[in-house]
Design a protein around this ligand. Structure first.
Ligand SMILES: *[C@@H]1O[C@H](CO)[C@@H](O)[C@H](O)[C@H]1NC(C)=O
Ligand SMILES: *[C@@H]1O[C@H](CO)[C@@H](O)[C@H](O)[C@H]1NC(C)=O
Length: 365
């Protein structure tokens, strides 16, 4: 009996460790506040500041946006125009479905089958932005993000992404120099992340969306923590700076303002946004799921063991009594005592609905 407990515990611990390992990046994401890479308020001049910036411009002056075709829906026209108007000297690129397909076919043929094979159009809209940033560099902006001030101060970093609350980063505003190592890693990781999950929302989030990007980002930081802590004046090129919520949209000095509607098409969008905003809840739910799986394994294992015992007795001919007396034993006063005599772990696994097992156990004890 002792040995089987040990086996059970080992199997359970192995499975739980595996499950916990798979959610560990999510849990560490929850604890990541990005403070070490945050773009500090003091680094950014005010929108109409007379301060002459001496910082170099690294990111090329290119704005990328995506949509199905050139007919931008009315609710985003103002947002799109606000970015174009403020950046007359920037190159403007609208990546339509047709243009995106041509680009991937020509420049990244190894990704074409994955790109075409994506079940949800949003996955193509998500992935194309990583490719154009890795390829040309520049700043990607979602169509529902309007520009409130010029992006110039953000061009002095090698790469930046946007922080989301309570955790992780989003892919709605991102900037990078061409061939930035982080975005190269992102495009390399897309095929490995192309898995189907039960819910389409999770599939989109985890294969190409903000969850995917956040996981790659978290791993990237983990792998290069030595370079990041180095604090040398020659800043590591692979560092990804993080635009914080205040600078993103909340204030007069923020870079963007959100126009109505979401650039994700259809009803899915609302749920995806909801999920993006409720990581904490989802991760807690995941942890509960892991624990539930553990308890179920525990229960099933106990059941199987008892069943095995029962079979053994049937073969020996002595369980017939137990099996027939199932009903009677339910009210038997000896039942509780029988259960008390069991080892603790067996007590937990023995259900009150099958008292016949307990009779077996009585023999066993
Ligand atoms: C900066 O100047 C422009 C043009 O003068 C003006 O429209 C805008 O409101 C100013 N922005 C802020 C944040 O003061
Ligand atoms: C662009 O796409 C929208 C949405 O699918 C469609 O309604 C519209 O007809 C398309 N416009 C053109 C010019 O193809």
């Amino acid at each position: 009996m002792r040995r089987s407990v040990l086996v059970f515990l080992l199997v359970t611990i192995t499975i739980l460790t595996f499950l916990l390992h798979t959610v560990s990046t999510l849990i560490s994401l929850l604890l990541e506040d990005a403070s070490s890479d945050a773009i500090q308020k003091s680094e950014l001049p005010a929108p109409n500041s007379t301060l002459l910036s001496s910082r170099p411009q690294l990111i090329p002056k290119i704005i990328h946006q995506t949509y199905i075709n050139n007919s931008i829906p009315a609710q985003w026209l103002a947002a799109q125009q606000s970015c174009i108007d403020l950046h007359q000297d920037y190159e403007y690129n609208l990546w339509t479905d047709e243009r995106s397909l041509e680009f991937i076919t020509k420049e990244y043929p190894w990704f074409l089958s994955t790109f075409v094979g994506y079940k949800h159009p949003i996955q193509r809209a998500d992935s194309i932005r990583y490719f154009v940033l890795a390829h040309y560099g520049g700043v990607y902006i979602d169509l529902d993000d309007g520009c409130k001030r010029r992006l110039d101060p953000l061009l002095s970093y090698n790469a930046f992404v946007r922080r989301t609350i309570p955790t992780g980063i989003s892919n709605d505003v991102m900037g990078a120099i061409p061939q930035h190592p982080f975005f190269l890693r992102v495009i390399e990781s897309l095929q490995g992340a192309n898995r189907k999950w039960v819910l389409p929302y999770i599939t989109i989030m985890a294969s190409t969306g903000p969850l995917f990007l956040s996981v790659v980002w978290k791993k990237w930081m983990g792998e290069h923590s030595d370079l990041l802590q180095d604090g040398s004046p020659n800043e590591w090129k692979g560092r990804v700076r993080v635009l914080m919520p205040d600078e993103y949209k909340l204030h007069s000095w923020s870079f963007f303002e959100i126009y109505s509607g979401s650039s994700w098409h259809g009803k899915d969008a609302r749920l995806i946004f909801w999920m993006g905003k409720n990581w904490l809840l989802l991760t807690a739910a995941g942890t509960i799921l892991v624990l539930t799986v553990g308890l179920c394994l525990w229960w099933v294992y106990g059941r199987l063991l008892l069943l095995g015992k029962q079979r053994g007795f049937l073969a020996g001919g002595s369980l017939n009594i137990g099996a027939r007396s199932t009903h009677a034993s339910r009210s038997s006063p000896g039942r509780r005592t029988a259960k008390q005599g069991l080892p603790l772990w067996r007590k937990w696994t023995v259900s009150d609905r099958k008292p016949s097992y307990e009779l077996v156990e009585q023999h066993d004890a």
